[in-house]
Design a protein around this ligand. Structure first.
Ligand code: FAD
Length: 473
């Protein structure tokens, strides 16, 4: 019997699990995929927003501001890649300045730290790669960039260290309220009992709500496609560059990732199929044309891969509330942008709501907010690398040449339970460089086989039937 079962291990569910793991509670985190962060949380812009895009009448705007402020402490505790590089909104025509001024005033009212309304000269001083056509804009210095999957993995590691139980490949498919608790059954027949259930199932929160007999609503999937540019791309800015937004989207941006690559995108298109993450050739032309208006040195020649993520859209705001139809069922749905930024504040809000509802929260004296922090080998000076190799020669065997990821780091990922190719990619960055796994996939498969004894023809890209190799070697 658990106190709280959280359905969905994206950034929302894992943030909630970590927050609750501070108390003497039994917590279960249920995830249908083979690993955590395989939903929307793996494919987004990775921006910690600056607090000016939405009016604070929206819950999402208030949670964005308070969530963004929590990232410095979270980084100290969990050590994930994060940098407050600042955000620019660039107006390219004088008739966009009115909208830019509105964003600036909104940011001031929201309490966005240090927000500035900028002249053309100031914009070019802040970002010399901006187009000379810029006429002015907004600068939000508190905005930043993060590796979203790495953030989720760190949250998970911390939650597990403090007692959370994680069930992967647990697709919640049936729920029943009996004897004062929820009995949640997975599609493979496993079941768990919990006093409270939290619905953090992203795109599928509508199905989960229905399954629990709670409110009926529809989550709409809105696709955002991106192109990733090589580390050496000339069009790599120092700050996140937004256009002036439209009514339905923040527009297509140029984003310097925290690891030194550049993202351009996303598009915003409704799709009927919630698994449709396909990208299309004509997207590249559209995205790169939009990006070049902001940063002319962006070149489609630098694209090394493309991907798409799906926004779980529900009206215009987050839906965080106890069900009014069934007992002890908490909806955390419609968590579209800025969900990544808001996640720590969503977790705090959920904790407060559970407390108010009567869940006893007594602090666990053994709670430790810190996890072991490792420094990527590629960032170490030569003498430090040599010391590591002396202790463990596997640090000297570079498996992923593009990102310089060693055998020892891949083995660490596997020993932390990431046994699919994507899980290892998101944990270590191996396969994320220019060759996109062309040279290292085979070597990683051998390491998974050696460490886990999973036969090579059962190793998958991302769980399920995404097998890589067939037949006999
Ligand atoms: C294109 C795009 C760009 C974005 N950019 C930003 C940004 O720059 N900054 C920002 O703050 N936000 C951004 N967002 C929003 C942010 O990515 C999301 O708000 C956030 O990732 C949502 O996290 P989640 O945990 O709620 O959902 P998810 O990450 O989707 O997690 C839900 C989990 O529930 C699991 N699940 C579903 N059904 C079941 C079931 N039956 N049983 C068990 N598990 C189940 C899924 O497998 C999934 O892992 C962006 C989103 C998109 C799509």
């Amino acid at each position: 019997m658990y106190d709280v079962a959280i359905i969905g291990a994206g950034v929302t569910g894992t943030s909630i699990a970590r927050k609750l793991s501070r108390y003497k509670l039994r917590i279960a985190l249920l995830e249908k995929e083979a690993d955590v962060s395989f939903g929307t949380s793996k494919a987004n812009s990775g921006i910690i927003h600056g607090g000016f895009h939405h009016n604070k009448k929206y819950l999402k705007a208030r949670l964005e501001i308070s969530g963004a402020a929590m990232f410095d402490q979270l980084q100290r505790e969990l050590g994930f890649p994060f940098r407050r590089c600042g955000i620019l909104v660039a107006a390219m025509h004088h008739d966009e300045m009115e909208a830019a001024a509105h964003l600036f005033r909104q940011g001031q009212e929201n309490g966005a730290p240090g927000i500035e309304f900028c002249s053309r000269e100031r914009m070019l001083e802040l970002e010399p790669k901006l187009s000379q056509n810029v006429v002015g804009g907004v600068y939000a210095p508190s905005g930043g960039i993060i590796e979203p999957y790495r953030f989720v993995f760190s949250l998970l590691e911390s939650a597990v260290k403090n007692g959370t139980t994680v069930y992967t490949e647990f697709e919640a498919s049936h729920a029943e309220w009996a004897e004062n608790c929820w009995n949640i059954t997975a599609s493979d027949g496993r079941n768990i009992l919990a006093r409270y259930a939290v619905n953090a199932a992203g795109l599928y929160a509508d199905n989960i709500s229905k399954m629990f007999g709670a409110e009926e609503y529809t989550i709409e999937a809105r696709k955002g496609a991106y192109f990733l540019l090589d580390r050496l791309a000339e069009g790599h800015p120092q700050r996140v560059v937004f256009p002036v937004p439209s009514r339905i989207s923040k527009g297509m941006l140029v984003i310097p990732t925290v690891e030194g690559t550049t993202l351009i995108g996303p598009t915003a298109d409704h799709v009927d199929n919630k698994e449709d993450k396909a990208t299309e050739g004509n997207h590249l032309a559209l995205i790169s044309a939009s990006a070049k208006l902001l940063v002319p040195s962006v070149s489609e020649q630098d694209a090394i891969t493309n991907f798409a993520g799906l926004r779980p859209a529900l009206n215009d705001d987050f839906y965080i509330a106890f069900s009014e139809k069934v007992p002890r069922f908490l909806q955390v749905a419609g968590i579209q942008s800025p969900g990544l930024t808001a996640a720590p504040a969503i977790a705090r809000m959920v904790k407060d709501m559970l407390l108010k509802d009567g869940l006893e929260l007594s602090e666990d004296p053994s709670y430790d907010p810190f996890i072991r922090q490792t420094v990527p080998v590629r960032t170490l000076p030569a003498e430090k690398r040599a010391e590591l190799v002396e202790q463990n020669p596997a640090y000297g065997n570079i498996v992923c040449r593009c990102e310089e990821i060693s055998e020892a780091e891949i083995v660490e990922a596997i020993r932390h339970g990431h046994t699919t190719l994507d899980g290892i990619k998101f944990y270590t960055r191996a396969q994320m460089g220019r060759c996109q796994g062309g040279f290292c996939t085979g070597k990683i498969i051998r390491l998974i086989q050696r460490e886990t004894e999973i036969p090579y023809n059962k190793i998958t890209k991302r769980g399920g039937d995404s097998l890589i190799l067939e037949g006999e070697l």
